[in-house]
Design a protein around this ligand. Structure first.
Ligand SMILES: N[C@@H](CCC(=O)N[C@@H](CS)C(=O)NCC(=O)O)C(=O)O
Length: 197
């Protein structure tokens, strides 16, 4: 399998953490990619010009991170990250949606910070910042436990991305239970060995 990859993407990180947790890391070859440059090799596989994009051993291109992570659950014998059914699955998917939403808002803020900060951009950036703040509050009320499912993996990668891109906006003091969980899972090799640069 080949993975179109960019080292600072939180969505790519989510895929590499999932692959490592499921002992599949050595079955995936990384292809360094700048999706902003829309290279033809990426466009041939993903018309959205986004990473991650996984090309399976059969040559099937898969995007986005949600589809790729669930696909990876079909291999190997490690515990699946997507619970098969019932309330456990619903909660894992909900936490995945929350983590993905934090990534979406944070990546959007980061991208638009490169442009002149007119009134419209300030308004949109402020909405994205507020969405992240509210999401952190929700996670503080019910922090994930362990790194057992796709919800916990996604939230961990979202928090790691905040640390990477928004370090001057500390969240730990105001969210101590979430901070404690993140400190604990950050030592897991699947996270510690794959931290984005
Ligand atoms: N929902 C997608 C989001 C992927 C995404 O937005 N990736 C960013 C990198 S962080 C990207 O490739 N952006 C390129 C672009 O928007 O042109 C997923 O979960 O994979």
């Amino acid at each position: 399998m080949h993975l179109f990859h960019s080292p600072s993407s939180p969505y790519v990180w989510k895929v590499t953490v999932s692959a490592k947790l499921r002992n599949l890391g050595d079955r995936i070859t990384l292809i360094a990619t700048n999706p902003q440059a829309s290279p033809p090799e990426l466009l041939a596989q993903n018309p959205l010009s986004k990473v991650p994009c996984l090309v399976t051993a059969d040559g099937l291109p898969l995007f986005d991170s949600r589809v790729i992570c669930e696909y990876l659950d079909g291999f190997g014998t490690a515990r699946p990250l997507f619970p098969p059914q019932g309330p456990e699955r619903t909660m894992a998917l909900l936490m995945q949606a929350l983590g993905d939403g934090i990534m979406d808002a944070a990546v959007f803020r980061r991208m638009q910070s490169a442009y002149p900060q007119d009134e419209g951009r300030q308004l949109l950036g402020g909405r994205a910042q507020a969405a992240v703040a509210r999401s952190l509050d929700m996670l503080e009320a019910t922090p994930p436990s362990g790194l057992h499912d796709i919800g916990a993996v996604t939230v961990a990668c979202a928090l790691g991305y905040l640390d990477l891109r928004f370090a001057p906006e500390p969240w730990r003091q105001t969210h101590p239970r979430l901070a404690e969980w993140f400190a604990e899972v950050s030592t897991h090799p699947a996270i510690a060995d794959t931290v984005p640069a």
